[in-house]
Design a protein. Structure first.
Lengths: 914, 307
C-alpha cells in the first residue's frame, strides 16, 4: 500500500491515469457541443448578426472543469484510496495466536472486536500465516492447533461474548500451544489478578500485541432495598466525571415489558456510585432488572430477586391490644420480624383484602366468615398464615374451612389437657418440609399448643413437629392457595419460638418475608437451584430451558462461570439472582507493561474512500448531462419540466413521508367523524377485497333502511390505527393469516373491554361444529387465544340480537349455520309470562361464525351483488336475511341492550302475534 | 339504384373526382363559415339615394328626369308625378392576397395537446372567413392574382376555397401579386411580411396610385415573436435556402427582437402613408379577434370612402 499523508492507495499505479487529464483538456476544449438544427422562418432577421461571446466557440471552462473532476474522481476512486489505513500487524511472520478475553466487558464494542479479529485473519490469510484463537472466558480443554486463517474466518460470526469474566484458575501451560508465535490479545480493558502471569507466559512464545478499546466500562451491582429505597450500585473501571442513566425494566400491568423508571447518576470522578429508585411497592415488585441505558453488556444488567421484591403482608389480630402490654400483643413479634423485609398492612379483614396482599396473617383469629372474600382470596392463590391462641383453642373449629387440619374439639383449656410438666423441644425438620436445612435451636421450647385431630393426611400436612411427634406447623393446599397453621401463639405466651432466631427464618422459608441480604454459603448449603432465566453476554434475558440445577453453595459464592451462568435461579418459592458482575468485584483498568504495544485506544477508524469518490464522479457526470443539455439549448419545454420534476421530487422526499403520516390523521378523522364499519386486513388480497365490498353493501343497506348512515368502510391496520374509533370490526379468518403483535393484541383487548365488537368469520360454514376441524377454524383458535373473550355459547333463541331491528330466527350469510356469542349468565331465568329471559346486560364483545357474511353482503361499484347465494328466490331470501343480520348486528353494537328491556315486550309480543 | 348502377364509367369517374375535390374543400370552408358566423354582418346602406335594390324614397319629378324614371303607379294616385328612388347600395370589390410562401408553413408547436396551426393555415382561414362575410354583405370577392376575378355570390366562395386549399409555392418568402387588382377596390394582405420590404413598398405605391386601399395583417407564430432559443444552434429557413449558425442563440434574442420591432415599425409607416391599416396577429391567440379586426378595418374604409 502506498501512503500519501493519511490516505493509502491499494492500487497506486492507476493514479498514472491522472497524467492523461491535460490531454483530455486539449481534446475536450477543441470539441464544442454539437449544435441543434432548427427550422425557423425568422432566420431572415438573424442574417448578419454576430455572436457576442467568442469564447462560446469552445467548451466553456467550467464544463471542462466538471468533466475533468468527474474523470479525476473516477481514476482516484478506482485506485482504492483508504483513509487511515490500518497497517499494524501486517509486518509479522510465523504463526499468529489470537487471544480474546471474551467477557461481558467486551460486549459493548463486540462488533469492533470482531472487525479487528477479521482484519488480523485477513492479513494472516494474505501472508499465509497459520492462526489459532483462544477465548479466555471459554478456555479450550487443550491447546488449539494452528490452522488456516480462512477456516477461522468462517467461525467468526458465531463468536459471542460470555456473560462472565475469565476465571482465575486458567493454566497457561495447558491451553497455550507449543513453539514460538506472535500473539494478538484483544483485552476487555479490566484488570485481573491472573493477567500478568498469562502475559508473561505468552511472552515466552513471542511478541505480544494488545488491542484494547477506549470505551468506558460500566457495571451494575446487585440491587438492595435500604430504607424503602432500591439502591443499585454503579461501578466504573475508570473514574469519570460523567453521568450514567439507569433504567428499571419490568412488566407493565398488561404483561408487556417496558421501562418502569429511570434515574441519572452523576459519577463525579468516582469509580462507584449508587442509583436510587424510590418506587411504590406495586411498581417495585414488577421490576425484573436494572440496566444502564444504551449499553449492551451483561455487566450493565442487574437482575432482581426476592431481595428487591417485598411482599405485602396483611396482619390481623383478634381484638384491640391491651394497652401497655405490647409484648403480649399477638402481633408484636410478627411486626418486629416482618417490618424490615415486608410491607405491612393492618386493618380490618375487608379493608386489607382490597389492597390485594400477598400474605394474610391471622394471629389467633377464630371467627372466619365461612364463605367470603377471604376464602376467595385464598383460592385464588393467597397464602394465609394462622397462629393459634386462646381464642382459637376455645372455639369449635368444625365449621372453620380455613384450617389445614381438624383441631381437637371440646372444652380444652390451658393448664388442662394442654399442659405438660415439662416444655417440649422441637424435632428436626422432616425431609420435604420447607424448613428443611434450618438448624433447630435447643432454646426453643413449647409449653402449650392446639392439638390436631388424628387423620390419615395429618402426617403429610405436618411440616414441623415437636420432639414427641405432635404437629407444630401444618400446611394444606386450598384451591390455588395455601393455608398454614402454627399451633402456638405468635407471642411468647405458649412458646419461646417467637423469641428465637428461628422464627424469622421460618417466616422467610414460608415466603412470608424476604431475605434482606444475599443468602450466605451456610444457608444455601445442600440446596439445589434451577436457573429460570439467564442473560447472555449482551445482557439479553433468555429462558433457561432444561438447564441443570446448581448447588446452593456455588450460587452463594456469587462468581458466575460457564457452569454457573448469570441469571435468576429458583428453588420452590424463593429466587436468587446471580449477576454477571461477580460479588465483591472491584473494577480497575488493565495495566500493561510499557514494552507491550497497545493499539485501538486512539486508533482512528479506517475508511475506504472508493465509494464516495465514485459517487462524486457519477454525480459530476449527471451534472454534466444537465449542463450540456442547457448549453446546447436542448433543455427546453417538456424536458426542462421533467428535469425540474426529478429535482423537486428529490427535495420533496421528506415532505412526502410527512404526508403519509398526515394520512393516518385523515383516517382518524374519517373514522371518528361518523359510524364506520371496518375490517381487518388478512393479507389475502381477494379476501380483503370481498370484506371491503361486503361492508360497502352493508353500509348501503344501513343507509337505505335505518337512521344509521355509516361512512364508507375502512380497512384496519392493527399496528397503527386507533381501534377506539371503530364501532364494529369484521375479521375474516384465513388459514395462513399472520398473528398481530402483542401491542396490537393489547389494543384489541382494550377495544373489546371498551364496548367494541369483533365479528369473526371463518367463511367455511364449519365453526359451529365446534371449530378446529378446518384450517381457518384452527387459525381462529390460535388468533383469538390472546384475546380477552368471555365464555361463549351458541346463540339462544331469545338473544337480543334476534330483535334489535328485525325479528330474526337465523343469522345466515352465504351459509346458514349457528353462530356463537357471549354465554348468558347461568342464573338467567325466564320470568312468568315473558317470552324472553332477562339476559346479560352488556353487548357481546364477539360474534363468531363461519357463514361468510361479507360474501353475501358484497356489492360491486354498481350496487349489484357480487356472489350468488343459494339458489333462485330462496337464495335471494337468504341474502336478505344476511343483510338483516348485519343491520341487527350494527344496531346491537350501537344500542346495546336497549331492545332487551322488558318495556318493549308488549310491542314485540303484538308483532310476534302471540 | 339501377340508374346509378348503369351510369357510364365516365360519369362515375367524374363523380369520384368531384368527391375527392370536395373532400378538400369542406374543412377550410366549414371552419371559415363557422368563424364568419361569429361576426354579425349588417347591410351597409349608404343612407342616400343611388344605385341599389332597396326602395329609398319618392320625389317629385325635376326638370331633366327622363320620362322612363317616373313611377306611374305612385303618380297615378295624385296629380303630381313622382320618381321612385332606390337607395345607393355600393358593392365593393375586395381582393385577397394570402401569402403562400414556404415561410408561412411554420408552426412552433407541432402535434401534442397545445398544437398550433401553421401561419399559412391561419391566414387562409382568416381570408376565407372574410370572404364569406363579404359575400354575405353582397360584395365581390376575388384574389389579387389572375386566377379568381372578383365576383359576388356563393359560387365564388367555393371557388376561393378551392384555390386557397391548394398547395403553396416553394418560394422562401412571399411578394404580393397585384396584377389583377381593379382600381378603387380593396386589398387584404395576409402574410408574415418577412420578405423584401422594398418590393412590398413598390406594390403599395402602385396600388395607391390606382386609388386602392386596404389592410395588412401580419401573422406570426409566438416563437417568432419571443425567440426563446438557447445554446449552439443552426437556424434554417423553411425551404432550406438560408442558414445561420450561432453558438449562443440566447445572446441574439434582444437583437432579433429589435429587428422584428424595427420591421414592424416600417410596415406600419408604409401602411399609414398609403392610408392602409396594419396589425399583427399571433397564431397562439384566437382567430376570431383577428377576423373581427379585419372586418372592422375593411368596413371603416368602405364607409369612409362612401362619404
Amino acid at each position: 500500500m502506498w501512503m500519501l499523508g493519511p490516505i493509502g492507495f491499494t492500487t497506486p499505479w492507476l493514479l498514472l491515469g491522472l497524467l492523461a487529464l491535460p490531454l483530455l483538456y486539449v481534446i475536450l476544449r477543441a470539441v464544442p457541443p454539437a449544435p441543434v438544427r432548427r427550422r425557423f422562418p425568422g432566420v431572415a432577421l438573424l442574417l448578419g448578426l454576430h455572436d457576442r461571446d467568442a469564447e462560446a466557440a469552445r467548451t466553456p471552462w467550467w464544463l471542462l472543469a466538471l468533466r475533468m473532476l468527474a474523470l479525476a474522481a473516477a481514476i482516484i476512486g478506482f485506485s482504492g484510496p483508504v483513509l487511515n489505513p490500518v497497517t499494524v500487524g501486517a509486518t509479522g511472520s510465523g504463526p499468529l495466536l489470537i487471544v480474546t478475553d471474551g467477557s461481558w466487558a467486551s460486549a459493548r464494542d463486540w462488533s469492533r472486536r470482531i472487525d479487528r479479529i477479521g482484519r488480523a485473519l485477513d492479513e494472516a490469510a494474505a501472508a499465509g500465516r497459520p492462526v489459532a484463537m483462544i477465548s479466555l472466558a471459554d478456555p479450550p480443554p487443550e491447546a488449539p492447533p494452528f490452522g488456516a486463517a480462512t477456516a477461522l474466518r468462517e467461525t467468526l460470526p458465531g463468536l459471542k461474548p460470555a456473560p462472565w469474566e475469565p476465571g482465575a484458575d486458567i493454566d497457561p501451560a495447558l491451553i497455550l500451544p507449543e513453539g514460538s508465535y506472535e500473539t494478538l490479545w484483544l483485552s476487555d480493558g479490566l484488570e485481573r489478578d491472573a493477567r500478568p502471569d498469562f502475559l508473561s507466559a505468552l511472552e515466552e512464545h513471542g511478541t505480544v500485541n494488545v488491542w484494547q478499546s477506549a470505551a468506558p466500562i460500566w457495571a451494575l451491582g446487585a440491587a438492595r432495598i435500604e430504607d424503602g429505597v432500591v439502591n443499585v450500585p454503579v461501578f466504573s473501571a475508570v473514574a469519570l466525571a460523567s453521568t450514567v442513566e439507569v433504567i428499571a425494566m419490568g412488566l407493565d400491568p398488561a404483561g408487556i415489558e417496558r421501562e418502569l423508571a429511570r434515574t441519572e447518576v452523576a459519577m463525579d470522578a468516582r469509580t462507584q456510585a449508587i442509583a436510587s429508585f424510590d418506587l411504590p411497592p406495586e411498581l417495585r415488585n414488577r421490576v425484573t432488572r436494572f440496566e444502564v441505558a444504551g449499553l449492551r453488556s451483561a455487566g450493565a444488567v442487574s437482575l432482581t430477586d426476592d431481595a428487591v421484591k417485598r411482599r405485602k403482608v396483611a396482619l390481623i389480630s383478634a381484638g384491640v391490644s391491651r394497652e401497655g402490654l405490647e409484648l403480649l400483643d399477638p402481633s408484636h413479634f410478627l411486626r418486629e420480624a416482618l417490618d424490615p423485609t415486608a410491607d405491612l398492612i393492618e386493618g380490618t379483614l375487608e379493608d386489607v383484602l382490597l389492597a390485594n396482599p400477598d400474605v394474610v396473617i391471622l394471629a389467633d383469629v377464630a371467627e372466619v366468615p365461612p364463605a367470603g372474600a377471604l376464602q376467595d382470596w385464598v383460592e385464588d392463590g393467597g397464602l394465609l398464615l394462622r397462629f393459634a391462641g386462646p381464642r382459637l383453642a376455645m372455639t369449635d373449629t368444625d365449621l372453620d374451612p380455613l384450617l389445614p387440619v381438624k383441631l381437637r374439639a371440646g372444652g380444652r383449656s390451658i393448664g388442662g389437657t394442654m399442659s405438660w410438666g415439662e416444655p417440649r423441644q422441637l424435632a428436626a425438620f422432616p425431609a420435604g418440609s420447607p424448613f428443611e436445612g434450618l438448624e433447630v435451636s435447643p432454646d426453643v421450647t413449647v409449653s402449650a399448643q392446639v392439638m390436631a385431630e388424628p387423620s390419615p393426611e395429618l402426617a403429610e400436612r405436618t411440616i414441623a413437629q415437636l420432639a414427641d411427634g405432635t404437629p407444630l406447623v401444618t400446611r394444606a393446599r386450598f384451591g390455588d392457595g395455601t393455608v398454614v397453621l402454627v399451633h402456638v401463639t405468635a407471642n411468647a405466651e405458649w412458646s419461646t419460638l417467637p423469641l428465637s432466631i428461628l422464627f424469622p427464618k421460618m417466616l422467610e422459608r414460608l415466603a412470608v418475608s424476604t431475605r434482606p441480604t444475599r443468602p450466605d454459603v451456610a444457608e444455601l448449603e445442600g440446596t439445589t437451584w434451577v436457573p429460570q432465566r439467564v442473560i447472555d453476554g449482551f445482557g439479553r434475558l433468555t429462558t433457561a430451558e432444561a438447564a441443570a440445577g446448581v448447588a446452593g453453595e456455588d450460587l452463594a459464592m456469587g462468581h458466575p462461570s460457564a457452569d454457573l451462568p448469570p441469571g435468576v435461579y429458583a428453588d420452590d418459592d424463593r429466587s436468587v439472582a446471580l449477576n454477571a458482575l461477580a460479588a465483591d468485584r472491584v473494577l480497575a483498568p488493565a495495566q500493561w507493561p510499557n514494552w507491550i504495544s497497545v493499539e485501538g485506544v486512539e486508533q482512528p477508524q479506517q475508511t475506504p474512500l472508493k465509494g464516495a469518490l465514485l459517487a462524486l464522479s457519477l454525480l459530476a457526470l449527471m451534472v454534466d448531462i444537465v449542463a450540456s443539455l442547457a448549453l446546447s439549448g436542448r433543455l427546453r419545454g417538456p424536458r426542462a419540466a421533467s428535469a425540474m420534476m426529478v429535482a423537486l421530487a428529490m427535495i420533496a422526499m421528506p415532505q412526502l413521508s410527512k404526508a403519509q403520516e398526515a394520512m393516518a390523521q385523515d383516517r382518524a378523522i374519517a373514522a371518528a367523524g361518523n359510524v364506520v364499519l371496518a375490517h381487518i386486513l388478512t393479507g389475502d388480497p381477494q379476501v380483503d377485497q370481498i370484506a371491503q365490498a361486503g361492508l360497502t353493501g352493508l353500509t348501503n343497506t344501513l343507509t337505505r333502511r335505518t337512521t344509521v348512515e355509516p361512512s364508507p368502510p375502512l380497512a384496519i391496520d392493527l399496528e397503527r390505527d386507533d381501534l377506539a374509533l371503530f364501532t364494529l370490526i369484521y375479521w375474516p379468518v384465513t388459514a395462513n393469516q399472520s398473528a398481530p403483535s402483542p401491542a396490537a393484541y393489547a389494543k384489541l383487548n382494550r377495544y373489546l373491554r371498551g364496548g367494541g365488537m369483533i365479528l369473526f368469520d371463518t367463511r367455511d360454514a364449519d365453526v359451529a361444529n365446534f371449530g378446529g376441524a378446518t384450517p381457518a377454524g384452527q387459525r381462529l383458535q390460535a388468533l383469538a387465544a390472546p384475546l380477552d373473550i368471555p365464555p361463549l355459547a351458541p346463540i339462544s333463541n331469545d338473544h337480543v340480537l334476534t330483535r334489535t331491528f328485525y325479528l330474526l330466527q337465523s343469522f345466515p350469510g352465504r351459509y346458514d349455520q349457528p353462530i356463537w356469542v357471549e354465554a348468558p349468565l347461568p342464573d338467567a331465568e325466564q320470568a312468568e309470562g315473558m317470552p324472553f329471559r332477562n339476559l346479560n346486560d352488556g353487548v357481546t364483545p364477539v360474534v363468531i361464525g363461519g357463514n361468510d357474511w361479507a360474501g353475501a353482503w358484497a356489492v360491486d361499484n354498481n350496487g349489484i351483488a357480487m356472489f350468488p347465494v343459494g339458489r333462485g328466490l330462496s337464495g335471494e331470501r337468504q341474502r336478505e336475511m344476511a343483510l338483516r343480520f348485519g343491520v341487527n348486528l350494527v344496531m346491537h353494537v350501537l344500542t346495546g341492550n336497549y331492545k332487551s328491556d322488558q318495556v318493549h315486550v308488549p310491542a314485540l309480543l303484538e308483532r310476534l302475534g302471540q | 339504384m339501377t340508374v346509378i348502377a348503369k351510369a357510364s364509367p365516365q360519369i362515375r369517374a367524374l363523380r369520384r373526382a368531384a368527391d375527392t375535390e370536395a373532400a378538400a374543400l369542406p374543412p377550410l370552408l366549414l371552419a371559415a363559415e363557422k368563424l364568419a358566423r361569429t361576426v354579425q354582418m349588417g347591410v351597409h346602406g349608404k343612407r342616400s339615394s343611388g344605385v341599389g335594390e332597396e326602395f329609398w324614397q319618392y320625389r317629385p319629378v325635376h326638370a331633366g328626369d327622363e320620362a322612363r324614371f317616373i313611377d306611374w303607379r305612385r303618380s297615378g294616385r295624385s296629380d303630381q308625378q313622382f320618381v321612385r328612388e332606390r337607395e345607393w347600395q355600393l358593392a365593393q370589390t375586395v381582393h385577397l392576397w394570402v401569402d403562400d410562401a414556404a415561410s408561412m408553413t411554420y408552426t412552433g408547436e407541432q402535434g401534442g395537446k397545445r398544437a398550433r396551426p401553421t401561419k399559412s393555415e391561419r391566414a387562409r382561414l382568416l381570408a376565407l372567413a372574410l370572404a364569406v362575410l363579404s359575400v354575405r354583405g353582397g360584395e365581390r370577392v376575388g384574389l389579387t392574382g389572375q386566377l379568381a376575378a372578383p365576383r359576388p355570390g356563393k359560387g365564388q366562395i367555393l371557388m376561393l376555397a378551392q384555390l386557397l386549399s391548394a398547395a403553396g409555392s416553394v418560394d422562401e418568402y412571399g411578394v404580393p401579386e397585384t396584377s389583377a387588382v381593379r382600381a378603387q377596390s380593396k386589398v387584404v394582405m395576409i402574410s408574415d411580411f418577412f420578405g423584401d420590404l422594398d418590393r412590398l413598398q413598390e406594390s403599395l405605391r402602385r396600388l395607391a396610385q390606382r386609388g386602392v386601399t386596404g389592410v395588412m395583417l401580419q401573422v406570426l407564430d409566438p416563437l417568432e415573436e419571443d425567440f426563446p432559443f438557447d445554446g449552439r444552434t443552426v437556424f434554417e429557413s423553411m425551404a432550406g435556402s438560408l442558414q445561420f449558425e450561432t453558438r449562443s442563440a440566447g445572446d441574439l434574442r434582444d437583437q432579433y427582437r429589435a429587428r422584428l420591432a424595427e420591421r414592424r415599425e416600417r410596415l406600419l409607416r408604409m401602411a399609414q402613408a398609403a392610408h392602409w391599416q396594419f396589425s399583427t396577429h399571433h397564431t397562439g391567440s384566437s382567430a376570431q379577434a383577428a377576423l373581427l379586426w379585419l372586418h372592422q378595418a375593411l368596413r371603416s374604409q368602405v364607409a369612409g370612402r362612401g362619404r
